[in-house]
Design a protein around this ligand. Structure first.
Ligand SMILES: [Zn+2]
Length: 107
């Protein structure tokens, strides 16, 4: 059991409709309801993968903020322009590949 695991759907429905209030037990039911009614669904009990994605997104956001602050110092010191850094960044992010290399190197 990890904090990312989806809670038991029998007692914790996947979502609830924002528009009509109906409880939706599973992601499939929620998707069908959204498609059929064009209503919006509030996700209360996301899948394990979605919970991990949210965590990863927030870790990346925090790490990127540090990177951008460091890079911005180069702009402030007039060592590089914001445009030059943007150009360099455009081919610098292959995070899934880098992650796989890191995992392979850690085993
Ligand atoms: Zn609805």
């Amino acid at each position: 059991m990890s904090r990312f695991d989806q809670k038991d759907l029998a007692t914790n429905p996947y979502g609830k409709c924002k528009d009509c209030g109906v409880s939706l037990e599973t992601e499939d039911l929620a998707r069908t309801h959204m498609t059929d009614s064009r209503h919006c669904v509030w996700i209360l009990n996301p899948s394990r993968q979605r919970n991990i994605e949210r965590h990863v997104d927030s870790e990346i956001e925090m790490a990127l903020d540090d990177v951008f602050q460091d890079l911005y110092r180069l702009v402030e010191r007039e060592e590089a322009t914001a445009d030059e850094i943007e150009k360099a960044l455009s081919n610098a992010c292959y995070l899934d590949d880098e992650w796989r290399k890191f995992v392979d190197g850690s085993q």
